[in-house]
Design a binder for this molecule. Structure first.
Ligand code: BTN
Length: 248
């Protein structure tokens, strides 16, 4: 496995002051997974960025397509309590893109633009450390995605028809992430969670997940959905959901 001293170069964030995130930036050509790298070389606030991943990891054991230089594939290594970090990441990506586009959040951790997924977030934990992995599609054209994703995935450049600079976008995300992580470290979990929950805009919507279909009545403190199915109230804490049109 590569270690940080083998990193190709250390990116700098000119003019950008952060307190935790970006304490170090390691940039690689190709790694199996930046999450794996972060967990194997824990260092609070260190950012591991790769131009491509050969075994990018996604939610629910899926793989994450991480083709060379088409997107931002990076992980932030963070010490301590992992509570709220995925919410912080989703809010940070949305805020970082906000000057140019209005991205939306899809429960639990997807960032969408024009209804297409442009970003996924995966937090993995080991021995008191979290690798907060973010994959943001930047330059993909439709044909760059595997056929199975072409209806649902998108990229910043593909959807806006504009040029996006990966380094600049990365710096903006890291800056926003630093703000959110600092809020969490100052004890503002509830405020971060509430902001994330309201951005997900899912309460009152009808959803399907597997054989559960019902109306979302609320979001619990840990981010799980409370779903009323008609006959029962169930908790949905993970998994891909589909939001049905024409909500009750
Ligand atoms: C998802 O399935 O929505 C989550 C995708 C997370 C992908 C990112 S890319 C950087 C980091 N390294 C990984 O192996 N996965 C995450």
């Amino acid at each position: 496995m590569l270690n940080p001293s083998a990193a190709k170069l250390e990116l700098r964030m000119p003019g950008i002051e952060t307190t935790v995130v970006g304490s170090r930036l390691y940039h690689y050509d190709e790694v199996p997974s930046t999450n794996l790298l972060a967990l194997e070389h824990p260092e609070d606030g260190a950012v591991f960025v790769a131009d491509s991943q050969t075994a990018g990891r996604g939610q629910h054991g899926n793989s994450w397509m991480s083709a060379p230089r088409l997107g931002l594939w990076f992980s932030v290594c963070l010490a301590g309590d992992p509570k709220g970090l995925p919410f912080a990441a989703a809010l940070a990506v949305r805020a970082a893109l906000r000057p140019r586009v209005r991205a939306t959040l899809k429960w639990p951790n997807d960032v969408l633009l024009e209804g297409r997924k442009i970003c996924g977030i995966l937090a993995e934990h080991r021995g008191g450390w979290t690798a907060l992995g973010i994959g943001l599609n930047v330059h993909h054209r439709v044909e760059d995605f595997p056929e199975a994703l072409r209806e649902t995935a998108g990229s910043l450049a593909g959807l806006t028809g504009e040029a996006w600079d990966r380094n600049d976008t990365l710096c903006r995300v890291l800056l926003e992430l630093d703000r959110q992580v600092s809020r969490l470290r100052q004890g503002a979990y509830d405020r971060v969670r509430n902001q994330w929950a309201s951005a997900c805009d899912i309460v009152g919507k009808r959803i399907v997940r597997g054989d559960i279909e019902g109306t979302v009545m609320g979001i619990e403190a840990d981010g799980a959905l409370v779903v009323h199915t008609g006959g029962a109230t169930v908790r949905v804490d993970s998994g891909a959901i589909r939001i049905l049109e024409g909500n009750s």
